[in-house]
Design a protein around this ligand. Structure first.
Ligand code: 13P
Length: 340
């Protein structure tokens, strides 16, 4: 393992003014996104959509890395350049989702466990050859009555740490993503309690599995009220609770934290990130690794129409630029009204 190289890549992923585009929707998830714009999910449409995002002029100013799905890592731009090569030339690191999804955890109704460890060493070696320099594994923790169980938190933390160790062995920076879902009607206090327990278990397992913390990136949820909660916490409360929780549970050796958007609206996700960065100085760089919050407006503007390719790119560039400003606390809601 070349630790200096892992550190260099991890620091580049969370560099100031930049963040990560999560474009690693599985075939099932991207079909849902296409259904919403009434577009058939063919391999060529998926390729065209990803090309639209990745070839956005100026992408390298705001985006440090893109998380790809297996199919996309093997696809090319329309002129035949592999996406990984194209992104690398644009100064954007290619990454790869390597988990096989969250499945019901036997014996624990309501809990899930993420699968994908079998054969992972060999898959990682193959992905490195294809140009991937970082990877992602998502654990999913729901909040409901008697959920999550202590056991599911430990099982998911253990799997995340085994994945992270294999990544570093294969010279790939692991994004460690324990996502506490914002579905349901729980309070921000309950989210803080569960997120704290999850981060504690994750960093304990990362330690036991001998993870080089300087060569990884954490991708957590924000501490936020459930979507259906009455009297949802304000953006300022979300920023404060999230930073407090991270300070308590994430070692300063970790170079950066890149949040998921988890179903927040695009502008909400940007505002929360900006408010948190106003609480500087912080021991780690705080940035974004958004899927929906970077793509929602772009996919609508594109709508699957060749004539709207540039319109989709314009919307993507706008969100990427506003989130870039949020990495240094310079975003203001008034900027939403500016032209894309
Ligand atoms: P969202 O930002 O849409 O939550 O997606 C990020 C991600 O990669 C989830 O695994």
């Amino acid at each position: 393992m070349d630790k200096a190289d892992l550190e260099r890549v991890a620091r580049a992923m969370v560099a100031k003014d930049k963040g990560i585009l999560a474009a690693d929707e599985s075939t099932g998830t991207i079909k849902k996104r296409f259904d919403a714009i009434k577009l058939e999910s063919t391999e060529e449409q998926r390729r065209t959509y990803r090309e639209m995002l990745f070839t956005t002029p100026g992408i390298g100013q705001w985006i440090s890395g893109v998380i790809l799905y297996d199919e996309t890592l093997r696809q090319n731009t329309r002129d035949g350049t592999p996406f990984a090569k194209y992104l690398d030339a644009a100064g954007v690191l290619p990454g790869i989702k390597v988990d096989m999804g969250a499945k019901a955890l036997a014996g624990f109704p309501g809990d899930t466990i993420t699968e994908g460890l079998d054969g992972l060493r060999e898959r990682l070696a193959g992905y490195y050859q294809l140009g991937a320099r970082f990877a992602k594994w998502r654990a999913v923790i729901d909040i409901a009555e008697d959920v999550p169980s202590r056991f599911s938190i430990e099982a998911n933390a253990h799997a995340l740490a085994r994945y992270a160790a294999l990544c570093q062995e294969q010279q790939i920076v692991p994004i460690v993503e324990p996502e506490v879902l914002m579905d349901g009607g729980h309070s921000i206090e309950r989210c803080e309690e569960v997120t704290s327990a999850v981060l504690d278990a994750v960093f304990s397992q990362l330690h036991h599995h001998r993870i080089h913390l300087e060569g990884m990136v954490l991708k957590p949820n924000m501490v936020i009220s459930g979507k259906k909660a009455p009297n949802r916490a304000s953006p300022e409360q979300v920023a404060e609770a999230t930073v407090r929780t991270l300070r308590r549970h994430v070692p300063p050796a970790v170079p950066g934290i890149a949040f998921l958007s988890g179903g927040q609206s695009s502008s909400e996700a940007t505002l929360h990130l900006s408010l948190m960065n106003k609480l500087a100085p912080l021991p780690w760089n705080l940035t974004f690794s958004y899927g929906r919050a970077l793509q929602e407006t772009a996919i609508k503007a594109w709508g699957g129409k060749p004539a709207s390719f540039a319109a989709g790119q314009k919307e993507f560039a706008k969100r990427a630029r506003l989130n870039s400003l949020a990495t240094t606390g310079r975003y203001a809601a008034a900027q939403e009204a500016e032209a894309a």
